[in-house]
Write a protein that binds this ligand. Structure first.
Ligand SMILES: Cc1cc2nc3c(=O)[nH]c(=O)nc-3n(C[C@H](O)[C@H](O)[C@H](O)COP(=O)(O)OP(=O)(O)OC[C@H]3O[C@@H](n4cnc5c(N)ncnc54)[C@H](O)[C@@H]3O)c2cc1C
Length: 490
């Protein structure tokens, strides 16, 4: 069994961990050298939930299987840094990004849905405002699922809404499933309406350029791949000058003074008896354990179908295919045990014919976002099963004079099957508490408290409120913890 001694260990080589390492190493004070820092990553590559697939396409596209958009584009620090960085392998905001935000074209089981003529769009906006106002003044109002609060709205305004408006409000609100990666009957109504700082900007270059850029500034000797951390021992006495011992599943012991834990929330939520859980010595304090039990992890995924001809409208940025009218006896959040009925879950998709307007003669693709529990089902089943589910839905998009063709290629995500990720990002079920975990993990531990070591830091998308769940949140949290350590050292 080998051992190493460093000043800072960063567990996890996603964007949070890499931003922390890069910040520590490039600090002008030069307090920390490459020998002082070790990033330990369980997988055989860096990036975590950022992964640009550059090999699977038959049409020559790059597909971001994880993050794809710069959200909050007016204030997004990752976008700002990319724009300001002259070294960044020719990132050109004009060429490498695309605002895919033309209103989506909506289809239902009966074909195209015209939201404007029936004034459904205005009523739907009112439903969103109703949900926001419902919790605005009285935060003690019990949380309701997105489904139940929609029912409340429809009951309250029953007499002034047309049957069509009522029907489509229910179907349209399920669009939120592809934001949170969970189904509407468990989405917290209280926290469902988001305040965005600017439009969503599709990263056409492929998000991995951010990872490549950060990794370039971290020497390879400071990165350990294929190494799963199993133990974090804060009571270490082996090496008196180091406060913490980190042990990997292969038996490597690393002694260190600071640790930044950036593993996904889903890993922190595992018990230490799980093969992928972390054993804390002494155990994590109850306040952190409680906070971890008050928040869920969503399962957003993607299914990409490539076609050698374009039989849908190439000028639309996005399509939404609505689910069928909900069956009141069915729980949409329960695990799917047999092949799902098409239209049970809505489909939100990006039209690559509009994103990549060049070379359409070869064909193009549709990138569909999937939500739990459909994601778990599709990721654990075959490409043929995915096509069998979506074909009847995609038939609604066929334009006159064309007919649907089978895909020439199908690419699916596998986030729920990846034992080091286990889903997508933090998601709020009804009654969850969004702030408790952030308070517990982004603060400074009490040096005399149960945890007994303020030098254990946490970063990652689940540890921050500005940009929670997103790349820019994860990046800022890595920066935050690196700055804390640099300050503490001085
Ligand atoms: C399908 C999907 C779509 C998304 N879309 C967007 C989007 O459009 N825009 C956006 O901003 N965000 C999006 N996100 C979210 C975004 O990708 C994440 O918030 C962000 O990448 C998380 O970074 P992180 O560093 O916190 O975690 P991660 O990237 O998960 O990094 C943590 C690392 O820890 C490693 N690890 C786990 N266990 C161990 C262990 N025991 N020992 C060592 N290493 C371990 C993991 O392998 C992983 O590499 C999406 C995510 C998914 C899954």
């Amino acid at each position: 069994m080998s051992s190493r001694s460093v000043e800072v260990v960063i567990i996890g080589g996603g964007v949070a961990g890499l931003k922390a390492a890069q910040t520590l190493l490039t600090d002008p004070s030069g307090k920390l050298k490459s020998d002082d820092i070790l990033v330990i990553e369980a997988q055989d590559h860096l990036g975590g939930r950022i992964f640009t697939d550059k090999n699977s396409s038959k049409l020559g596209y790059n597909y971001d299987l994880g993050a794809a958009w710069f959200h909050d584009s007016l204030s997004n620090i990752v976008l700002q840094d990319a724009v300001n960085d002259n070294d960044l392998d020719n990132f050109d905001r004009g060429k490498d990004t695309y605002y895919d935000d033309k209103d989506p074209k909506i289809f239902g089981e009966d074909g195209h849905v015209d939201l404007v003529d029936t004034k459904i769009n205005r009523v739907y906006e009112e439903l969103e405002k109703f949900i926001e106002l419902y919790y605005y003044n009285d935060t003690d109002e019990p949380d309701l699922s997105l489904k139940d609060i929609t029912d409340k709205f429809l009951q309250k305004y029953d007499s002034i809404l047309t049957p069509t408006q009522k029907k489509y409000c229910k179907l349209l609100i399920r669009t939120y499933e592809s934001w949170y990666g969970i189904s509407w009957d468990v989405i917290s109504g209280k926290y469902s309406m988001m305040d965005h700082h600017g439009r969503n900007l599709l990263n056409v270059k492929g998000y991995s350029f951010i990872i490549d850029k950060l990794a370039k500034q971290i020497p390879s000797s400071s990165i350990l791949l294929n190494s799963q951390v199993k133990v974090i021992d804060r009571s270490n006495k082996d090496v008196p000058t180091k406060k913490v011992m980190i042990e990997t599943t292969s038996g490597l012991k690393v002694y260190t003074n600071y640790v930044i834990v950036t593993v996904p929330q889903s890993i922190l939520q595992l018990s230490d008896s799980s093969s992928y859980g972390i054993t804390w010595k002494p155990p994590l304090p109850i306040n952190i354990k409680d906070a971890l039990s008050e928040i869920h992890f969503g399962c957003l995924g993607k299914v990409i179908f490539e076609f050698d001809s374009i039989w849908w409208d190439k000028n639309e940025d996005r399509f939404e295919i609505l689910a069928s009218e909900p069956d009141p006896t069915k729980s949409y959040s329960d695990p799917i045990t047999s092949h799902p009925r098409p239209f049970d879950y809505p489909a939100y998709m990006v039209n690559f014919a509009s994103v990549h307007k060049e070379n359409l003669s070869k064909g193009s693709s549709l990138v569909i976002l999937t939500q739990s529990p459909l994601t778990e089902y599709l990721e654990s089943h075959s490409n043929e099963d995915a096509w069998r589910y979506y074909k009847p839905m995609l038939e609604k998009l066929v334009i006159p004079g064309k007919s649907i063709t089978n895909p020439i290629n199908t690419i699916k995500t596998s986030w729920t099957q990846n034992p080091y990720i286990r889903g997508s990002y933090s998601a709020l079920h009804t009654h969850d508490d969004p702030s408790s975990l952030i308070i517990q993990l982004s603060g400074e531990f009490d040096n005399t408290g149960l945890i007994g070591n303020k030098n254990i830091r946490f970063a990652g998308e689940h540890t921050i409120s500005d940009g929670a769940g997103c790349v820019h949140g994860a990046y800022s949290s890595g920066l935050r913890e690196a700055d804390w350590i640099l300050n503490d050292i001085s």
